[in-house]
Ligand binder design. Sequence first.
Ligand SMILES: NC(=O)c1ccc[n+]([C@@H]2O[C@H](COP(=O)([O-])OP(=O)(O)OC[C@H]3O[C@@H](n4cnc5c(N)ncnc54)[C@H](OP(=O)(O)O)[C@@H]3O)[C@@H](O)[C@H]2O)c1
Length: 322
Amino acid sequence: MTTAGVAGGRVRPAPDGSEDERLGAAVALVGRENTYVTTTTFRIDGELEVRRLGFGAMRLPTEPGPAREASLAVVRRAVELGVTLIDTAYLYGWGANEELLAEALYPYPEGVLITTKVGIARSGPAGEWKLDGRPAVLRDQVEQALRRLRVDRIELLQLHRIDPETPLEDQLGTLRDLQSEGKIGRIGLSEVTVDELQQARAVVDVVSVQNRYNMLDREHDPVLAACETAGIAFLPWHPVAMGAAGANGEIATVAAELDATPTQVALAWLLDRSPVVLPIPGTSRTSHLEENLAAERVRLGPTHRDRLDRLSGPARNGEAEE
Ligand SMILES: NC(=O)c1ccc[n+]([C@@H]2O[C@H](COP(=O)([O-])OP(=O)(O)OC[C@H]3O[C@@H](n4cnc5c(N)ncnc54)[C@H](OP(=O)(O)O)[C@@H]3O)[C@@H](O)[C@H]2O)c1
């Protein structure tokens, strides 16, 4: 197996095309308290195998021109480096982000899972949005996603938010109908509490949860624990908190000791946290992408883990939800 070079204060990505970069590379990391051994892959719903370190496409510029070309290159590079889980949503550019991913990757290489989200609708001309889980809206957004992503079926469809003004049974019932029709494969949730997760699981099989979570923001620890117990994939969004890890002195110190970057330490901590955690860091830069994927090779020992576990910061890190 190729091992990452360590130089210049960061764990470097492995060379292009090496087996080590591909899905299935068995980088065995000793997990917490000998309770498990984490690997680089996870089977969503016991079936859909993805590399645990995925990619979030939300912040990629989509407007025509050099910025779009750069976005396409980042997405293609992610897949080239073995990323198989890519997260998008109707909300991200009202479908423009989904279209960008299709342009970058269609026809999709085998094993690549593009997961999208529905349930937030435009409510004003200046990009205002609102939660909207009415059945017709969910159905329409799924139909649009199928067209934009150029697929017959969305293997993992996530409800972006539970709409408090629409009965949960109606929202999930619509997704279940779409599942019966073969238009979606599996159902995930986003930004839910443990109670909401349990209520939803009484209606449909839930295979993934996407909540805001990172080393400095662990409000959703109980949800992560519930997911781990049930074997549900937990996709922490905002995993590197906009690269803010470096601003934390302890993280920067640990990073220096491990010859890694603070962002790599933030991702390594997430991967180490639980085998069901599938981080989806976003970046518009190839250099950051390569740096982030190399976090898989950062080994946290018990001492570093304990020091990082003791950290926690402001609940929101000053960031708005999207
Ligand atoms: N379900 C939800 O409600 C929800 C909400 C928000 C996001 N999401 C999903 O989660 C994904 C990630 O969330 P996020 O974008 O909010 O948070 P994030 O991945 O923690 O942060 C992304 C930001 O961090 C910067 N960054 C990435 N790698 C870096 C590195 N190595 N060094 C320094 N800076 C780095 C990026 O800037 P550069 O471009 O300059 O690298 C980007 O602006 C999104 O793409 C989206 O798919 C879901």
